[in-house]
Design a protein around this ligand. Sequence first.
Ligand code: FAD
Length: 287
Amino acid sequence: MKISDIFDKNDRAVLSFEVFPPKKTSPIESVYSKLEEICALKPDFISVTYGAGGTGGHSRTCEIASKIKNDFGVESVAHLTCVNSTKADIDSTLEDFKAHNIENILALRGDYVEGIEPQKDFIYASELCEYIKSHGDFDIGGACYPEVHLEAKDEVEDILNLRKKVEAGAQHLISQLFFDNSVFYRFIERSKIAGINVPIEAGIMPVTNKSQIERMVSMCGASLPSKFVKIMQKYDSKPDALRDAGIAYAVEQIVDLLANGVDGIHLYTMNNPYVARKISEAVASLL
Ligand code: FAD
C-alpha cells in the first residue's frame, strides 16, 4: 500500500517506525528477530535507512524493506540517497525495489562523506523526487528539519527549498528528531505559511544511552531543553534509569504532539524492540 493512502484513509495520527540494516560485517539475518518483534507491534509502516556511502548500499535496505513487507506483513519504505549515485545507479536501485514489491521511497540527498567525491547527477533531494516520479509508480516521501537543515542559510531559505521538494513530488514528510515540541510547532506554522500542505510526521527519538544522544546531536544539531539535559545528567551512570527516563520523555512529547493534532509520529526505534513496545503501548489508545 502507498503511504499516501495510509494518510488518506486514517482520520487518526499515523504511527511509523524507523530501523536500520546491520553493519556490512554482520550477517543480515542478525537483525531479523528484532525486526520481527518490532513488526509485531503493527505500526502503520516501517522505514529502512540507507547507508551513508551511497552506491551499492541499497541492497541491504532493499532486502530488509522487502522482509518487513513481504514476510512480516507491515508496509515498508526504503530510504534512498542520491549524493553519491549516478542516474544509472538510481535506475538499478529502482528496478530492485520494483522486483521486491517495494512501493514507497524516502527520497534523500544524503550527507557528504569524507573521502568520497559526490556524483553530479543529483544535487538536491528534490531532483531525486522528480526523477523517481518519472521512473515508476512509487510513493515518494522527503525529509524536513524543524530546527533548519545545518547547511541552510536560514529558516526562510530552508522552508522555500522544502516547498520545492514537495512541488517536485514529495507526497509526505518525515521530520528530523527534536526534543522541544515548540520548535516543531513553529516549523509547522512556517510550512503552512509557505503553502506546504502534505502530511508531516514528527520524528521522535527515545534516548536510551548517553553516547547515542551525543552522536545524534552532533550530527543533526538538535537543541536540548534544560529538562532533558537534567535527566541525562541525573541518570548518566544508570543505564536502566536513563532508558526508562528516555522512554517517559518521548511518551510525554508524543502525548503533547497528538493533543496538538500532529499528522503522524515517526519513532526512531534504533532497532530496539523493548523501547518500541513500551512507547507503542503507552500511546496506543491516544492515536
Ligand atoms: P535536501 O532536501 O536536498 O536539502 C539539503 C540542503 O540543501 C538543505 O540545506 C536545503 O535547504 C538545501 N536545498 C534543497 N534544495 C535546494 C535548492 N533547490 N537550491 C538550493 N538549496 C537547496 N541520510 C542517509 O545517509 N541515509 C538515510 O537513510 C537517511 N535517512 C533520513 C531520514 C530522515 C527522516 C531525515 C530527517 C534525514 C535522513 N538522512 C539520511 C539524513 C539526510 O540525508 C541529511 O540530513 C542530508 O544532509 C540532507 O538530505 P535531504 O534529503 O534533506 O536534502
